[in-house]
Design a protein around this ligand. Structure first.
Ligand code: IMP
Length: 180
């Protein structure tokens, strides 16, 4: 992929290379293998953005586990709408289970906060959160984020599953917006 990428009206610079992502993701898979061994966790992948991260992460998970998918939306363009919609929900009995939510990025935390409320009503034993990216300056929620690959500044990024208005998900590297 090029160093600078134009998507619609915005330009982006290459920011985190895939080889660096792979290193962090491998470390995370190894941690999960150690920490969740014997718990048969249910990984809940948040679509659309987490599909590439989840695929890489779960290829490195060697313990017994199950995988399910939900679809949540709150973003339009480069801004959160503040309204979280569960477009595709979880249709499994998760009572007593160890759940690991897999997210592409945690920004304000609003999307996950909303989803966690719904999840806790289903009486799981524990819920952990794994995010490829975290924007600590934007994060205003209280729930713990157990596994993070990269903490980044409060700037808009695309690639590795993340989109700008539907575009950019297919890049294996992560790009950061050029402001101005
Ligand atoms: P939150 O509710 O503010 O934490 O936002 C979470 C969701 O917003 C993520 O799952 C993404 O879909 C989207 N999002 C947040 N920041 C970015 C970004 O920098 N690029 C692309 N999507 C983002």
């Amino acid at each position: 992929m090029p160093d600078t990428w134009k998507l619609k009206d915005k330009s982006f610079n290459k920011y985190i290379l895939n080889e660096d992502i792979q290193t962090k993701v491998r470390e995370l898979s190894a941690r999960i293998n150690t920490e969740l061994d014997g718990k048969v966790p249910l990984f809940v992948v948040v679509l659309n953005g987490a599909f590439i991260f989840a695929s890489d992460l779960l290829k490195g998970v060697t313990i017994d586990c199950e995988i399910a998918f939900v679809k949540l939306t709150s973003y339009q363009g480069v801004k959160s709408t503040g309204v979280v919609q569960q477009v595709m929900g979880l249709d499994l009995n998760i009572k007593g289970r160890t759940i690991v939510i897999i997210e592409d990025i945690v920004d304000t935390g609003l999307t996950l906060e909303h989803f966690l409320k719904t999840l806790w009503e289903m009486e799981p034993a524990e819920v952990k959160v794994a995010a490829c990216l975290l924007k600590p300056e934007a994060f205003h929620s209280k729930f713990p984020i157990d596994y993070v690959c990269f903490s980044i500044p409060n700037e808009f990024v695309v690639g590795y599953g993340l989109d700008y208005d539907g575009l950019g998900r297919n890049s294996s590297d992560i790009y950061k917006i050029i402001e101005g």
